[in-house]
Ligand binder design. Structure first.
Ligand code: BMA
Length: 378
């Protein structure tokens, strides 16, 4: 008699927590669910360091097997790798920054094989007028992509193309590689056709929900974790303005960059702390991962940026990961040296190494030892 109610209680408790801490795709593969649970455990505790296009190119080099700016400095790869799939919708061979999709697939596989994490963004063309992601001339694109809209079928075709690409992403163990999928990013800004002034909150939410349902139900993709990603916000209400609902999101994230003078670091740090505080509280309440999907300071001119600005901004409500943007070097028509990760000899290199030594940033080796794709220990 004593045992029964306590058993029942346990069952109810586990049902409750089970229901609560669940991936948006209930049929997600075991590795995908494990990754989500491991990232949940990291939230608030340890920070994986990530870099966009890390294996593909860096400052002054391109497509050299085994090379990485982060590895050249720190002796190991980052723990998280970002890739962008724009141009897949044009059926081109290379993405918008020239990375061949075939190479991207191989990089994604080696990242998974080493126990690190892959995340995909998509600077998707405007399907209504054929312009790029940065087109802000149309305020009806999102509406027209929804069921019944003029480019709904075209959008489904693009998602089909993504699904075909996704289904080739298998590790050496033959398993589908879990992917943190971050579509329609920085939606609280107004520089992409899915931005704040370009569609209504309801249209944005509908597009998100349609996309998730289509990928998991129609295309049967079960290796995706969905990453929600505004840029600027200062209140919880602002953060949630375009939130599609807990059933459609696994990771709460935002993007944030420091611009201009080194002295702007003070404000940037405060901004990071405020955004993380808001996001962390929501993540804890709703069993979501908290992350910084993109951040950076072009050319990192502040020698103490990592320890004095970034770390101080993130240490209270630690994100499970942060990812700095790409090391493109000089781009045509732009005067800045477009890089966000440090490399050997770079101004902030010593400070970054300190972050690695003190385990404040976890890189490839720490990620591997965490066994992110295995079931976490209770
Ligand atoms: C931007 C810049 C661009 C690039 C785009 C998508 O922030 O890095 O050069 O094309 O991201 O990766």
């Amino acid at each position: 008699m004593i045992k029964k109610p306590s058993l029942l209680l346990c069952l109810l408790c586990s049902l409750f927590t089970g229901l609560h801490a669940q991936t948006a795709d209930k049929n997600a593969t075991a590795e995908t669910k494990n990754l989500y649970e491991n990232l949940l455990k990291l939230t608030g505790n340890s920070v994986l360091f990530g870099h966009q296009d890390d294996m593909a190119y860096g400052v002054g080099w391109k497509y050299e097997e085994g090379r990485s700016d982060v590895k050249g400095l720190a002796g190991e790869y980052p723990a998280v790798f970002g890739w962008d799939i724009a141009r897949l919708e044009r059926k081109e061979k290379n993405n918008l920054d020239g990375v061949p999709f075939d190479k991207m697939k191989a990089y994604i596989r080696s990242v998974y094989d080493m126990g690190a994490v892959n995340t995909l963004s998509w600077h998707m063309d405007n399907p209504l007028n054929g312009q790029t992601a940065w087109d802000t001339t149309s305020v009806i694109t999102v509406k027209e992509m929804l069921p019944g809209g003029q480019v709904h079928q075209k959008y489904c075709d693009w998602l089909d193309g993504f699904a075909a690409f996704n289904n080739t992403l298998k590790g050496s163990d033959g398993k589908l590689i879990p992917i943190l999928f971050r579509p329609f990013h920085e939606h609280s800004g107004s520089w992409f056709w899915w931005g704040k002034k370009e569609c209504s909150p309801e249209e944005y939410k509908s597009l998100w929900r349609f996309t998730v349902n289509y990928l998991k139900e129609v295309k049967q993709l079960h290796n995706l974790l969905y990453v929600f990603n505004p840029s600027d916000f200062t209140t919880e209400a602002e953060y949630l303005e375009r939130y599609p609902g807990n059933e459609y999101v696994d990771v709460l994230s935002f993007d944030s960059y420091q611009y201009g003078a080194i002295s702007n670091g003070e404000d940037f740090k405060k901004g990071l702390a405020l955004k993380l505080e808001i996001q962390h509280a929501l993540a804890k309440k709703n069993a979501k991962v908290s992350a910084i999907a993109e951040m950076g300071y072009v050319e990192i001119p502040d020698p103490n940026w990592w320890s004095e600005v970034v770390w101080k901004g993130i240490e209270k409500d630690k994100p499970a990961f942060l990812l700095v943007w790409r090391n493109a070097g000089y781009r045509s028509q732009e005067k800045d040296n477009h890089y966000y990760a440090p490399f050997k000899g770079q101004t902030s290199a010593a400070d970054f190494l300190k972050m690695q030594e003190e385990n404040k940033f976890l890189l490839e080796k720490a990620a591997a030892s965490l066994k992110l794709y295995a079931q976490p220990k209770p």
